[in-house]
Ligand binder design. Sequence first.
Ligand code: ATP
Length: 366
Amino acid sequence: TATDAAPLTLTDVRKTYLARGREPFEAVKGMSMDIRPGELIALLGPSGCGKTTTLRMIAGLETVTSGAIAIGDRQVQDLPPGKRDIGVGFESYALYPPLNVRENLAYGLKARRVRGAARQVDQLAARLEMSDLLDQRPASLSSGQKQRVALARALIRNPRVLLLDEPLSHLDAAQRQRVRRELKVLQREFGYTTIVVTHDQLEALSLADRMAVMNAGVIEQFGTPDEIYDDPANMFVADFVGEPKINLFEGTAVRRSGGTVVRAGRDGRLAAYAPAATDGQAVTVGLRPQDARPAHDDEPALAARVVVYEDFMEFGLATLEVPGVDGRIVAQLPHGVRWRRGETRRIAARPDRVYLFDTETGTRIR
Ligand code: ATP
């Protein structure tokens, strides 16, 4: 059932909301994205950053204030929603109340005179774990059930572009994991160019070919999950993506012929790979808990007092205090490293995993 997948291009798209008696509010401030045919893109960001507004502009449910949206080589920003060939899984709860779920799903297929519609509906329902819902009316469904029906309906309509807004948010944890996996398989099979809005970073990291991390109406970084996680462009992205959260603390760059070392706290030091840092520059250091490790004897390190050690069997989390460093530092340690409260331990990390940021602007120094 693969469609002719289309590229989707956003060029400097902006949205200013105007409400009577209020200042104009710019919710989306110049979004540009080149999305390849069949790609699955996640829009990730905190509440209010403009994710839903972006999706609604692409769908045609919201006008663009300026900028262009193209599907293939067709400009669509001035077309009504029905003329854009886009499937949406979010106004979704808009199922026809008098029809049962089976009829709701088959409706679009029948209209297009698709052969084997009944079988297609049954197969899709089985894969989204909703076979038992087919004979029910929309009114009797829970929010999680409605969500799976909405997803099925968006998928079965055979659009050139598929837009999903928090498609799994009402599912419980176990079902969410299974439906997420199936969604990815189905998206590959159908080949739709897809955008999924989510504020769940695991969902974004696991689903997406590429993801756009948004903040206050702008894209902070657009890249593969690996690029976003391993090579964050700035402090916002480093802080937003990663669990447990990245450690951020103040330091000073010291340039030597051998490379860069950052000093932190009273006598802490970490080797960093950051050729662009200048000697004596005040920086914010970013160290992911997963990248911190026990230091070797002869390498620069942070000496830290263990405040608490939590054993999760597969790994341990040490919460540490480094003299002179504000706040605590968390290190995720391999199984078997059992540090005790009150001990002093030395931690270090691979130099290319010690990120330096401009403290003022948040920009990465590399
Ligand atoms: P969430 O994850 O909470 O859904 P979001 O990233 O999807 O957030 P949007 O819903 O796109 O964010 O909203 C972006 C900003 O625009 C918010 O500050 C919101 O208050 C504002 N906004 C959204 N719709 C309107 C509207 N119709 N009129 C005025 N302001 C609006």
